[in-house]
Design a protein. Sequence first.
Length: 293
Amino acid sequence: MSSVLDPDSADLSLLQDRQVAVIGYDALAAAHALNLRDSGVDVWVGVSPESRLAARAETEGLSVASPEEAVRRCDVVLLPGSVERHGEYDTAALRGLVAEHTEPGDLVIVTSAGIVREAGLAVPEGVDLAMLKAVGDGDRVRDEYLDGRGCPALVAVARDGSGAAWATLTAYAAAMGALRSGAIVTTLAHDAEAVAYAEAHLHAPVQRMVERAFEELVARGVEEEVAYLAVVHGLKERVDQIVDGGFATQHGPDGRPGSDPASGATSRREAARAAHPLERVGRRVRAMMSWIR
């Protein structure tokens, strides 16, 4: 079972004398910036001052500076986790920001391991590197915070030259609202491995199966719209049930998952006990997500 950080593990005073630079201002970056600001943290949004994103951030009461100035000014820096969604900030540009404008003792935080493990982002000697990956999109992260709850997160420290990276990251997670639900401790390597494996062995094969099912149904004379609804919306409904309640939601009152009997199960509860170990993990993880309780 993984370690989970809770609110009692955080000392928000560690952020009182520090400034945070949030690079970019998509929905997730905005959620970080606004949640931190509302928790009393001094935040600067790093975007072109002439851009529409700058105008939006200023309208929402945030300070704006160029990415270079924001990183120079601040000692905690949040970088986009996926440069593919941030054309303005390719890997080379982010490397330059970090290499040229951070100082020993600064903390760089990414929102997924991909930019480090796959895109090769590195931090200079003496600069700490960590990850905070929210379990939810930007709108969810913001809405949960405003409702007095929080989205859980995955947290990891890849480099701790200062000796204070974990304490600062934990305070940051608390200011984000993540510790209201809990932050699961992992590593960048584990996050990257899990995402890559799931993409190669689950998500991509499922897409190919859906496409083949659609093609086969159309070849059999089924209307394209009917085939689409059966394979795409039908899959979504099934996945939604699994996300909300686990695979055990597919069991009938007699404990049968579909048409195959669950061994020795005579109820949903017994079927859940007899189910795959991911069911137990799923119950723990879902308990951290207030929006599906």
